[in-house]
Design a protein. Sequence first.
Length: 116
Amino acid sequence: MLVPRAEGATPYRLLISPFRPGQKTGFADTRLALVIIVDLDKPLPIKAQTLVDIFDMTPAEARVALQIAEGLTAIEVASSLGMSHGTVRTHLKRVFSKVGVTNQTRLAVEIHKLVT
């Protein structure tokens, strides 16, 4: 979801996913959502090589993972990197396995944890 900003500024991108905490948080019976706000004007201060080193990703997988963490959709990543959508999906499946997540929002969270 894109959220407009002041004229001339790139919209914020929101990544929203249901949140089911794996540990007790005091919100046991509450429905929660995880919201990540991405400022597309400020790229993540992390390099693909860092993901290669930490998660044993291939360089291509790391490029895909970073763009997903920056708020792009799989189709946008495919266009940006000159890959087919199927290739991006294949890379994402491998990335999910290496990072230990099951969706793009959780992947973004894990990558953002590396820079906070």
